[in-house]
Design a protein around this ligand. Structure first.
Ligand SMILES: Cc1ncc(COP(=O)(O)O)c(C=O)c1O
Length: 375
């Protein structure tokens, strides 16, 4: 898609990204940081964001799939990359050939990794995954002994790290503590097989850092959401700067008589003679359809409500009988444009969707424009 020509765009502020990175670094001290850039860097653009993190000297990049890691290697990114997701055995060679770190999540997978690595005369870099409550990939915390034994015996495998993942580190500190205890129990078993000081141990995500669960920081933290400027913990949110601003421009203006229908299924009927503007942004861009008849936008410093169902590519706004808007006027959908602000947490509440979900849903056809100055 020809980028800056489209009036609908997300503006990504790299200066604020660096700022957030420093907030987290200040919290974790000398420990390593993995910047989680999966899902197109939470919608912010995989390559550009990762390049910026590399320039900033982050220790690791975290992605979900090998395909994301390969995009980064093709873009000449040299920073170590851990694929956090489950391993497809068919893809092991790609990890080995591109120096990408594998999540080792079962004895069977470790055996296959070892066999492939031996065949290619390579040594696979692996981080072991322990499940402490997520019920996702990884070996249960109380069944790790044979897993660890295999990991440190199998040839052509270099166990570089070990990790687990929190279920609800922002909202359920009791469960988070239980997970931490389980992880520590698993780490005790590790003592029989390796000197732990030689491993990168990691557990905490954004929520763990926001809640300052310091004994969960270990050697590295994996941060995603907070790097992009959001935290559900209000004290931590105050320290961060959201880096994304979603904008468009007015594409049409009309006056509708009282009782006119607006949008599919006529879910909005004008209560008076009013001015309706159309915006060239819809749910196929990632402007959540659940904001229909609920969301708000800002035009010429004034907030106005969405009118009717958000369409695939367009949506309508009721600016009232006296509202002023002209074709080509800037429209703020969310974020901060230097003058006005629409808080993404409010958008998330209105849309009844998580911030993760909203950010990741911004589609490929929306150009990402990168800026590097504070406002
Ligand atoms: C394994 C793992 N680590 C870290 C993260 C980053 O989490 P957050 O964005 O909450 O910091 C994720 C995100 O889902 C993850 O799956």
């Amino acid at each position: 898609m020809a980028d800056t020509l489209r009036p609908t765009k997300v503006e990504i502020n790299l200066k604020k990204l660096s700022y957030n990175l420093n907030v987290i670094k200040n919290e974790i001290g000398s420990r390593k940081i993995m910047a989680v850039v999966k899902a197109n860097a939470y919608g912010h653009g995989l390559v550009e964001i990762s390049k910026h993190f590399e320039k900033e000297g982050v220790d690791y990049l975290g992605v979900a799939f090998i395909e994301e890691a390969l995009v980064l290697r093709k873009a000449r990114i040299k920073t170590p990359i851990l694929v956090l997701g489950g391993l497809d055995n068919e893809q092991i060679d790609m990890f080995l050939e591109n120096d990408i770190t594998i999540t080792g999540s079962s004895i069977e997978k470790l055996k296959t990794i070892s066999t492939r690595a031996k065949k290619l005369n390579k040594v696979a870099k692996v981080h072991l995954k322990v499940d402490t409550g997520m019920g996702r990939i990884g070996v249960q915390w109380d069944r790790v002994r044979p897993f660890f034994k295999a990991a440190f015996q199998l040839p052509n495998i270099n166990i570089e790290g070990i990790f687990s993942h929190f279920v609800s580190s922002s909202s359920d500190l009791k469960l988070t503590r239980i997970q931490l205890e389980r992880f520590n129990r698993a780490l005790k078993v590790l003592d029989s097989y390796v000197d732990k000081d030689k491993l990168i141990i990691h557990l905490s995500n954004s929520g763990g850092v926001a809640n300052q669960i310091k004994d969960a920081y270990f050697d590295m933290v994996r941060s995603g959401l907070s790097l992009y400027g959001y935290s559900p913990i209000s004290e931590f949110q105050e320290k961060l700067k959201p880096i994304m601003t979603f904008k468009t421009k007015v594409s049409y203006f009309k006056v509708l008589e009282k009782g006119s229908t607006v949008g599919y299924d006529a879910k909005y009927i004008t209560k008076e003679r009013t001015r309706i503007v159309t915006l060239p942004v819809g749910y196929a861009d990632g402007y959540a359809r659940s904001l229909s008849n609920k969301g708000k936008v800002i035009i010429r410093d004034k907030e106005y409500p969405l009118a009717g169902r958000i369409c695939m590519d367009q949506c309508m706004v009721d600016i009232g009988s006296k509202g002023e808007a002209y074709n080509g006027d800037d429209v703020l959908l969310w974020g901060n444009d230097g003058k006005n602000n629409i808080d993404l947490w409010e958008v998330s509440k209105l849309a009844d969707r998580s911030i993760y979900d909203i950010l990741c849903s911004i589609s490929q056809r929306v150009p990402r424009v990168y800026i590097s100055y504070f406002y």
